[in-house]
Design a protein around this ligand. Structure first.
Ligand code: PAF
Length: 283
């Protein structure tokens, strides 16, 4: 497994691969990789000749009171997982390599980002769009892989690629869950034993909301209220949002129809803000 830290090293390697006519898959991550990331890398390896993984805890997408400093890091374990999954190159830059002195260009978005996580994390998507744009320019992949757990991020990246005419196919991959249903996340490691036990209420509410719609419920408020009641039944949870939106606009809907996203963000035990969701096509 080759681990490089400079833009030039990535460019030279990718250029050499492209000269041989090889296709490039790309999995952008912030590291501390788990089975969710492994599934993205595996998919990318199955669909491309060479796979690049970036591991960069991007300061620009964290707000001033968020967990940038404590975000978990383990390059050795990450390299091992990437190797096992069949990736060939890890790009692991220092923040100075990505944002040198005088950096002042950003990619921003309106609309899709004025909802859900964009409301509680006002600088988040500008940071995500800017870094993903930079990473795309550095790696120049044919395809890039993102998890559906970050459904709003996936929609934002797809829109950015469309709006800015980037010649990259964005592939969304299903949420990977723990045995009890909790969506895999690097932030799950923040949870104490008791919080971890209670965190399962997130996925339980997700499965219940989905079932209500499958059983015919079309009133968004009824589904949201039932999910909120369930989440609030766990003493350590604090809801940030439970929303049902149109997946193409991220705008709240009253009547459940079309392509919908039901998304939740919940603080558990004051230790971790966790997200989960389901997407559905409803006739
Ligand atoms: O989903 C993530 O891990 C990050 O938001 C990403 C896409 C790697 C950008 O920093």
């Amino acid at each position: 497994m080759r681990v490089v830290s400079t833009v030039n090293e990535v460019r030279n390697q990718v250029k050499a691969w492209k000269k041989e006519g090889l296709s490039i898959g790309f999995v952008p991550t912030m590291g501390y990789l788990h089975e969710g990331h492994a599934s993205l890398i595996k998919r990318s390896v199955s669909e491309n000749d060479k796979v690049v993984v970036s591991i960069f805890v991007n300061p620009m997408q964290f707000g001033p009171t968020e967990d940038l400093a404590s975000y978990p890091r383990d390059l050795e374990a990450d390299s091992k997982l990437c190797e096992e999954m069949g990736a060939e190159l890890i790009f692991h830059p220092e923040p100075e390599e990505m944002y040198d002195q005088g950096f002042c260009s950003f990619v921003d978005m309106n609309g899709l980002t004025n909802a859900l996580c964009g409301l509680s994390r006002p600088v988040h998507f500008r940071g995500v769009c800017t870094v993903v744009n930079k990473l795309f320019n550095i790696v120049t992949p044919d395809k890039a892989y993102f998890g559906e757990k970050d459904a709003q991020q996936l929609a934002v990246i797809k829109r950015m690629v469309k709006d800015l005419n980037m010649d990259i196919e964005i592939v969304g991959c299903p949420i990977i869950r723990e045995a009890d249903g909790l969506a895999k996340s690097s932030r799950n490691t923040y949870l104490s034993d008791e919080s971890r036990k209670q965190a399962v209420i997130l996925s339980k509410s997700i499965f219940m909301g989905k079932k209500m719609i499958e059983d015919g419920e079309r009133n968004a408020k009824k589904v949201i209220d039932a999910m909120k009641d369930m989440i609030n039944s766990a003493s350590l949870t604090k809801i940030d949002y439970v929303e049902i939106v149109d997946v193409n606009t991220m705008k709240s809907i009253d009547e459940i129809k079309g392509e919908i996203l039901c998304a939740i963000a919940v603080n558990v035990g004051g230790e971790a803000r966790l997200i989960d969701n389901f997407m559905m096509k409803v006739d």
